[in-house]
Design a protein around this ligand. Structure first.
Ligand code: ISL
Length: 553
């Protein structure tokens, strides 16, 4: 089958299923709930959905711990529901990208269970199991994982063996060195593609190959051993194998969650002739407001740093690969109040929306982002549910220096901020459910909800709708070359998207004060195609004003 690169024309909406819409009164989102809201997504204008995991799972990490790749977690529905979802999406011209979590399984997966029961199980080599040091008293090495703990756990039933888990204890890492395991994964991919799924978002895909020495590494503040387990020696080989044995036969798309990858590494993953992935998510921009890539070490946001980072990726992948564009997902706190925006002024969210949406690449929208949902403002850990926060909190508790300042930071940056139920209306449970949800509803549901956004002409929803339409109709957004204009300004983010005869100019004022921008003299009112203000002054930008010009060169 010919691959059509449809992803270059896609606007992708991420659904976090447990929080999107409950249809069966258990306070937990489900597939039928999603189906009931497809017309809403159609109205927004998106043409692809990325669905966070719905597979069978004990839900220690909200489904990123899979116990059966070919079945659905019952509270979400059945395989029949999943087929119906694919069908209903396709009827509306919307594609479906599933989450692919193959760096690890759940410890409840039958492969891991078989190892626990029988130390000689043929599945033992599906996992990374090593003898501990000092006759098993100490783990095999000093590696630490993503949730603040050591990366090894005693293998249940064994005296001296440990298994590697870069995430929670219930998420043992798979051993990609084993060809049988790779073959199982390929069969599973075909299973979903044959059901009609259009692509995969590949969870922590840069972790699948590990250096095989398994030696201790120089200790770090976080992720000791990462030079051995990120971008490992056989990563490209494995990805190419999946491509040539599976993807090449389908009109599919893959986007890799490439944690800790530099531009140079990302190029090797997405240059089309290498046949590995179609796109990558890089996290440089979400690390702008922290130190050392650790979100608990909060750092004041700087627009200049953001521009530098955007410029780096836009220029760096131009005509070599394809960018993915996002400001939110289920692991990040909400973008409202972040990246130079403020909760009090919806125009600031419009500025941010325009600025990221019209860059080169495929834009993603995370559920609730289109109506400006905010962080949940948790006041205690009891209100949260995330295993990451639970584990990190234990670490913070142990270290007095951290305990003092970091408890509140941890709540502010908790992943649960973006995981509260989608606010559909202002009823008790925000129209998400008619019983108490698995995590509390955002207290500002009366002000920020879908029903209200649909009614108000100037809502963020309608602004996104216009942006999506504009992106679809304007080829320069897809193809134009990126050129940064306002490098030095601490408040203005301006750039061009240059084509052969025309160009787009995108100018946004990321401050709550009027700002003079002299370059505005160069462009004519008549060329203004898009703005969040009805009236625009000559050389002054109003607070959080954003404008798009289309200009003949
Ligand atoms: O969430 C993070 C920081 O708060 C990241 O470090 C995150 O753990 C990392 O990006 C990997 O994320 C993905 O894999 C995890 C899962 O918990 C995340 O939800 C998923 O997006 C393990 O599967």
């Amino acid at each position: 089958m010919k691959r059509t690169n449809w992803f270059k024309d896609a606007v992708i909406y991420q659904i976090y299923p447990r929080s999107f819409k409950d249809s069966n009164h258990d306070g937990f989102g489900d597939i039928q709930g999603i189906i009931s809201k497809l017309d809403y997504l159609k109205e927004l204008g998106i043409n692809c959905v990325w669905l966070s995991p719905i597979y069978d799972s004990p839900q220690e990490d909200n489904g990123y711990d899979i116990s059966n790749y070919r079945d659905i977690y019952k509270p979400f529905g059945t395989l029949e529901d999943a087929k119906q979802l694919i069908n209903e999406l396709h009827k509306r011209g919307i594609r479906l990208v599933m989450d692919l979590v193959v760096n690890h399984t759940s410890s409840e997966h039958k492969w891991f269970q078989s190892v626990i029961k029988d130390n000689n199980s043929p599945y033992k080599d599906y996992y990374i199991i090593r003898k501990g040091k000092n006759n098993g008293k100490k783990p095999p090495n000093n590696w630490s994982g993503f949730f603040g703990e050591g990366a090894w756990e005693k293998l249940p039933g064994s005296e001296d063996e440990y298994y590697l888990h870069l995430f929670a204890k219930g998420q043992p890492d798979l051993n990609w060195e084993n060809p049988k395991l790779r073959s199982e994964i390929k069969d599973m991919l075909k299973f979903w593609l044959d059901l009609g799924v259009d692509g995969f978002r590949c969870d922590v895909i840069t972790l699948i190959s590990k250096k095989q020495d398994f030696k201790s590494r120089f200790p770090k503040i976080a992720l000791t051993g990462k030079d051995a387990y990120v971008n490992g020696p056989r990563l490209h080989e494995y990805l190419h194998e999946l491509y040539k044995d599976v993807y090449v036969n389908y009109d599919t798309m893959t986007v890799g969650e490439t944690v800790l990858s530099t531009l140079k590494q990302a190029r090797l993953l997405v240059e089309p002739e290498r046949e590995e992935l179609d796109m990558v998510f890089n996290f440089d921009h979400t690390d702008i407001d922290n130190y050392f890539g650790v979100k608990y070490f909060y750092r004041k946001f700087s627009l200049r740093r953001l521009k530098k980072c955007v410029n780096h990726w836009q220029k760096g992948l131009y005509q070599r690969g394809w960018n993915s564009l996002f400001i939110e997902n289920h692991d990040q706190r909400r973008s409202v109040g972040r990246f130079g925006t403020v909760e009090e002024d919806i125009n600031s969210s419009k500025c941010l929306a325009t600025t990221y949406f019209l860059l080169q690449g495929t834009p993603f929208i995370y559920q609730g982002q289109e109506i400006g949902m905010t962080n949940a403002h948790f006041s205690s850990i009891e209100e949260t549910r995330d295993v990451e926060l639970a584990n990190i909190s234990k670490v913070i508790e142990k270290i007095p220096f951290f305990r003092r300042g970091m408890k509140n930071v941890a709540l502010d940056v908790s992943r649960d901020n973006a995981r509260t139920p989608m606010c559909w209306d202002d009823s008790e449970y925000a129209g998400f459910s008619d019983v108490e949800p698995w995590i509390r509803v955002n207290p500002n549901k009366d002000q920020i909800n879908v029903e209200k956004s649909l009614k108000e002409e100037n809502s963020l929803f309608h602004f996104y709708q216009k942006l999506i339409k504009f992106r679809k109709e304007e080829p320069l957004v897809k193809e134009g070359e990126f050129h940064l204009l306002s490098k030095g300004s601490p408040h203005i983010f301006a750039y061009e998207r240059i084509g052969e005869e025309e160009k787009l100019v995108i100018v946004s004022n990321f401050s709550n004060k009027e700002r003079k921008y002299k370059k505005l003299k160069k462009w004519d009112y008549d060329d203004l195609v898009f703005s969040n203000y009805e009236e625009n002054s000559y050389v002054h930008l109003k607070p959080f004003e954003t404008r798009v010009y289309k200009i003949k060169k």
